[in-house]
Design a protein around this ligand. Structure first.
Ligand SMILES: Nc1ncnc2c1ncn2[C@@H]1O[C@H](COP(=O)(O)OP(=O)(O)OP(=O)(O)O)[C@@H](O)[C@H]1O
Ligand SMILES: [Mg+2]
Length: 1107
């Protein structure tokens, strides 16, 4: 609940009094005490009506967070505790919603917090106004213009470490929706004397220190600067460092801000070059030099600095040097050049530095304006924020303080005009009876300063323009004459003797009683500063610079545009711009922030009563409160008043239907508030005494508690009822859903049951029909069957009868046959028994044979002669028949096979058959020969010319022509011979020459011997005593032994009709000449691999080793 408590009025949880108008009793002490109490509780803001009093806390308070911004956003002014955000919000909303241009006037003395307040206002407005990429950029540029201007225009003074040394008025422009479009900044008189000299304990403008601390070595080198502050005469050394200020970091912030605002890189560079040039100008020193004609002349001591400045700014060194030594006065086409003495040279140098800097500052403002100006030409709503230098009283007050304080006088004036006067005019406007309240009107002081004839500024201008010698003293004299009688002017020299003995007032000073106190001004320098003279030689030298920015800063240096008219004085310029400002402010709805400084030590938590009291007095705050509540402490429009208190009366609660004023009347009557305590204005109710308001507040508080209870009660009831109704509704929904579900289930069950019943009935019906149909069909079938049976029965009966008849007939025939048989047997019994057995046997045998042959016919094997298959013998008694049949079949199929052969094939097979008969199972060589065809003529004698002679010698048909090895009879070695077999002879010829070595007629060949082994050796035995047998038998070996032996055998048989004896034995005798030699075959020798070898062992033995 605690979180839900929201403040709805500044009257809630008030510390002291949030609005001074409600202060009771009202006097200076209570006023200060109230401020102090609030200050001690961190409440730095207090209202006087719509004016905000702001006390500088000198420390950061957590009251400017984004959450706070949200809290104050779109809330009524008095709704929350006093805050600068409330005022900003009020101003912004009134600008946005009511189309009223606003101005926010921030006043107070130096260090009271004006600049901070102006930034807070700007940041609040930036936070609450429109959003979007473009709008955000505008906002960012507006906000970032502050650090740039503060760096160049603020400085540490004894009163404020960040004192604004220029006046600033900024117009923020908005479109009809309240989105920011841009802004325009006006600047007022920069305190340029600070550039060349600063009072003790103060600093030059921040930017000088920032450059030296924050710039990189490189950048410093480019600017020809050194980091050491003490190198520069223009920088006050005693407080070069300020506590809590980081110049280096600030320099980075400034450069970043310049970038955001839209400065180009070269522009930023130029700006810093000008700053560097100003700093270096201070280091130029002069020494006196006497000339012959006695006139003083000065000379630059060390030209190095001058050279660097010239390099930096692109000015011809000789031009600048001359400008520091001479002064040319031009009058009516006459030019007079005079030399400058040392003092004048220094004056010229400082004047140049001041002018350069102040013009740079004005250029910066113009450049920022260029960036932030609104891009559209549509009508804009404007919110002006004025942050001008505060009222200043120093020990030595000069022309600048005079100007600053004059400006503050004018602001006080406008405050009085718009607030005190406005307040009183409001009563008249509202038709309230009113007695005028006296307050101090500072118009008289303004008049003392700005009156066109007798005003101090007019006197000063008059003096500056007067021919003849003009000094500050002549000016003071003049003042003494003209203003002597003025109540607020004090001077020792005045004719009025009031101050003749006032020792606190030196002779060279005058004193003005400002609204904020008396200020004594040193008259020295007034004339010069007002004249603000820069020797023309210098401005021309500057114009000649190649540095484009410097050239642009001194347009009057252009010789083509020489203007002999004096420029307006500083005082008159300022007066004019202040007058314009005032006029501008008067057109806008003013909002005031009155800043108060709690102590002189710039310290937190210290509240100096005397100091605050002084400020309250001169700011006229008490009068402000008094005027506001002279008649009436509090006023409020009828609507919000009725809204706030309507719960105190039954008629107005909860709704009042009628005019708000009537409602308030009814309310006040009901509450019995005495009539003298309030008054009805035209649009507002005015309450005279704060007590009445507090009483109303108390009643309201009490009533709120009751209402809270009531609301709680109703809320609880409502909550329970809502819950109940919700549950009821839910129950109905659930029940309906359940019923639907249950009915659905039931329906589905009934439906499926109906389908089952239906299917049963249909089934039953169908079965019944089927049964009937089947019955009918069966009846039909039964009739047919019965008929069939009947016919069957009849047929069978008939058949039976016929069979019976036939059997009888047969029986008769059999009986007859038997009878006949019996008769025959009886008759032939004696013959029958002798032949019956043989006949039955023959018949059975015949039948079996028949069956055997018929079966054989189906089981016959193939016609291949080598097919060994033959059906199994069925009966033992058919054994020999079966074998014979097999043999016959075999012979027959062999014949069949042979019948296919040609004659030549027949011959070959006959030969092969012969060989088989001769050698099969006798000679181991035989099986290998079976597959070899017998070619006979292996040597083609007729075709080979080598054997032509041999061919010619043999005129018979050659049966065998083959190379054989003839074994030497003496040593058993082999020699190749051609072996020829003709019809009648066997010939051996030399293989090379073809010469016939031996010729043996077939009739002389008696026998051929060979071993039973696998060798090709054979011996041809010759008939003893024949011509060929002189050398003895031949022992030969051939690869075709079987063929040769076979052919020899057949040829011999066909020629001699005698079978050639072929002896197969592993040991046989041969006749070599006279010797009988035994040829012995030994098996198993592996000596010569697979080739059989022959060796003559002795006279009787020749061994053949067969592998
Ligand atoms: N609301 C604030 N919260 C915290 N500190 C503040 C606040 N207002 C002012 N200060 C402190 O007081 C110092 C002086 O304030 P500021 O510069 O605004 O004074 P000023 O009125 O502008 O003075 P001048 O007239 O010299 O420019 C600030 O630098 C800051 O330290
Ligand atoms: Mg300031």
């Amino acid at each position: 609940m605690a979180k839900m408590e929201v403040k709805t009025s500044l009257l809630d949880d008030m510390i002291g009094v949030g609005d001074m108008v409600l202060l009771e009793p009202l006097n200076e002490d209570s006023f200060i005490n109230n401020l102090k109490k609030r200050f001690d509780h961190n409440e730095v803001y207090t209202y006087i009506g719509s004016v905000v009093i702001s006390i500088n806390p000198y420390r950061s308070l957590p009251i400017y967070t984004p959450e706070k911004v949200e809290e104050y956003r779109n809330r009524n002014f008095y709704e929350l505790s006093p805050h600068i955000f409330a005022l900003s919000d009020e101003a912004y909303r009134s600008l946005r919603d009511q189309d009223k241009d606003q101005c926010i006037l921030i006043t107070g003395e130096s260090g009271a917090g004006k600049t901070e307040a102006s930034k807070l206002v700007m940041s609040y407005v930036a936070a609450v106004c429109g959003k979007g990429a473009e709008v955000n950029q505008v906002k960012e540029q507006l906000l970032q213009s502050n650090p740039v201007l503060e760096a160049f225009g603020n400085a540490k003074t004894v009163r404020n470490d960040n004192s604004s040394r220029f006046g600033k008025y900024m117009d923020i422009e908005f479109d009809f929706k309240g989105d920011p479009l841009g802004g325009v900044i006006s600047n007022y008189l920069l305190e340029k004397s600070r550039v060349v000299k600063q009072p003790r304990g103060e600093r030059n403008f921040h930017i000088f220190y920032q450059i030296l601390s924050g710039a990189s070595e490189d950048f410093l080198c480019k600017l020809k600067l050194e980091r050491d502050f003490s190198r520069y005469n223009y920088l006050g050394l005693d407080s070069a460092k300020v506590n809590g200020v980081d110049d280096a970091a600030n320099f980075r912030t400034v450069r970043n801000a310049m970038q955001i605002v839209g400065f180009m890189d070269h522009e930023t560079q130029s700006v810093f070059e000008v700053v560097a040039a100003v700093l270096k100008l201070g280091n130029i020193e002069f020494k006196p030099e006497s000339r012959v004609n006695g006139l003083d002349e000065s000379k630059i001591k060390d030209k190095n600095e001058l050279k660097e400045i010239c390099e930096l700014t692109g000015i011809d060194q000789s031009v600048l040097e001359r400008a520091f030594s001479f002064r040319t006065v031009e009058a009516k086409q006459e030019k007079v050049s005079t030399t400058l003495n040392v003092a004048q040279a220094y004056y010229a140098r400082d004047a140049l530095a001041k002018n350069l800097y102040s013009r740079l500052f004005s250029w910066l403002v113009t450049r920022i304006n260029e960036s932030i100006k609104a891009q559209t030409k549509v009508r804009k709503k404007v919110m002006g924020v004025l942050d001008i230098y505060g009222f200043e009283i120093f020990e030595d007050n000069s022309f600048e303080q005079f100007i600053i304080n004059y400006c503050n006088e004018k602001l006080q004036q406008i405050f009085i005009e718009l607030t005190l006067k406005e307040e009183q005019e409001e009563y008249i406007r509202e038709g309230i009876e009113w007695t005028h309240i006296e307050y101090f009107n500072n118009a008289i002081i303004c008049d003392l300063i700005e009156n066109n004839q007798t005003g101090i500024l007019a006197m000063l201008d008059e003096e500056c323009l007067r021919p003849g010698t003009v000094t500050d003293d002549t000016f003071l004299e003049k003042l003494n004459q003209v203003c002597a009688t003025h109540q607020h002017f004090e001077s020792r020299m005045s004719k009025c003797s009031r101050f003749l003995n006032d020792t606190t007032l030196p002779h060279s000073c005058f004193r003005i009683q400002h609204y904020a106190g008396k200020v004594m001004y040193q008259v020295e320098g007034f004339v010069d500063k007002n004249n603000d003279l820069l020797y023309r030689d210098l401005s021309q030298a500057m114009w000649k610079a190649s540095h484009s920015l410097i050239k642009a800063l001194f347009p009057e240096g252009n010789p083509a545009k020489i203007n002999l008219k004096r420029p307006p004085t500083a005082g008159s310029q300022f007066k004019a711009s202040v007058a314009t400002l005032m006029k501008n402010l008067q057109t806008k709805n003013p909002n005031y922030i009155r800043c108060i400084k709690p102590n002189d030590k710039k310290a937190a938590h210290i509240f100096n009563d005397a100091l605050v009291c002084h400020q309250i007095r001169y700011l006229g705050l008490l009068e402000n409160v008094r005027v506001r509540r002279a008649g009436y402490a509090f006023r409020q429009a009828y609507e919000p008043c009725l809204e706030r208190y309507k719960m105190l009366c039954k008629q107005t609660w909860p709704h009042w239907r009628g005019p708000a004023r009537a409602g308030v009347e009814v309310l006040f009557n009901e509450l019995e508030i005495p009539e003298e305590e309030f008054s009805f204005g035209r649009s507002k109710i005015f309450i005279r005494n704060p007590r009445t308001l507090f009483k109303l507040e108390d009643l309201r508080k009490q009533r709120l508690e009751d209402l809270a209870t009531l609301i709680e009660k109703i809320y609880r009831g409502w909550k329970c009822r809502t819950r109940f109704l919700l549950m009821k509704k839910s129950q109905i929904v659930i029940a309906s859903w359940y019923r639907r579900y249950a009915q659905q289930k039931k329906y589905q069950k009934i439906k499926s049951s109906a389908i089952v019943v239906q299917s049963y009935i249909r089934g039953w019906k169908a079965r019944k029909l089927l049964r009937e149909l089947k019955h009918q069909k069966r009846c039909n079938e039964a009739a047919t069957i019965i008929a069939a049976y009947w016919h069957g029965t009849q047929a069978r009966r008939e058949l039976k009868r016929l069979k019976e008849e036939a059997r009888r007939k047969h029986a008769v025939a059999v009986i007859w046959a038997y009878w006949l048989g019996l008769k025959v047997r009886r008759e032939y019994r004696k013959f029958f028994r002798a032949n019956a057995g043989r006949k039955i046997y023959e018949f059975t045998l015949q039948r079996l044979m028949q069956k055997y042959f018929l079966e054989m016919k189906n089981k016959m094997p193939s016609l291949s002669p080598i097919d060994k298959n033959w059906p199994v013998r069925p009966y033992l008694f058919l054994d020999s028949t079966h074998k014979e049949l097999k043999r016959i079949f075999h012979l027959w199929r062999c014949k069949k096979y042979r019948d296919q052969f040609t004659d030549q094939q027949k011959l070959i097979y006959e030969e092969k058959l012969e060989a088989s008969e001769l050698f099969k199972d006798k000679k181991a060589l035989y099986p290998a020969s079976v597959g070899q065809p017998f070619q006979g003529a292996y040597l083609e004698i007729s075709k080979n010319p080598k054997y032509k002679k041999l061919k010619d010698a043999v005129d018979e048909k050659i049966i065998i022509a083959e190379v054989v090895n003839k074994i030497n009879r003496a040593n058993g070695k082999a020699t190749s011979r051609i072996f020829l077999l003709t019809k009648n002879n066997v010939l051996l010829a030399d293989q090379k020459s073809g010469n016939i070595k031996s010729e043996v007629p077939l009739g002389d060949v008696t026998k051929v011997s060979m071993s039973s082994q696998n060798d090709g050796f054979f011996a041809v035995h010759l008939k003893e005593g024949s011509g060929a047998a002189s050398k003895g038998d031949f022992l030969l070996s051939s690869d075709h032994l079987i063929e040769m032996a076979t052919k020899l055998y057949r040829t011999t048989l066909s020629q001699t009709k005698q079978k050639l004896n072929i002896e197969i034995s592993d040991e046989f005798l041969v006749q070599f000449r006279q010797d009988k030699v035994c040829v012995k075959f030994i098996q198993g020798s592996q000596k010569n691999g697979n080739i059989p070898t022959c060796k003559r062992k002795n006279n009787r033995l020749l061994e053949v080793a067969v592998p």
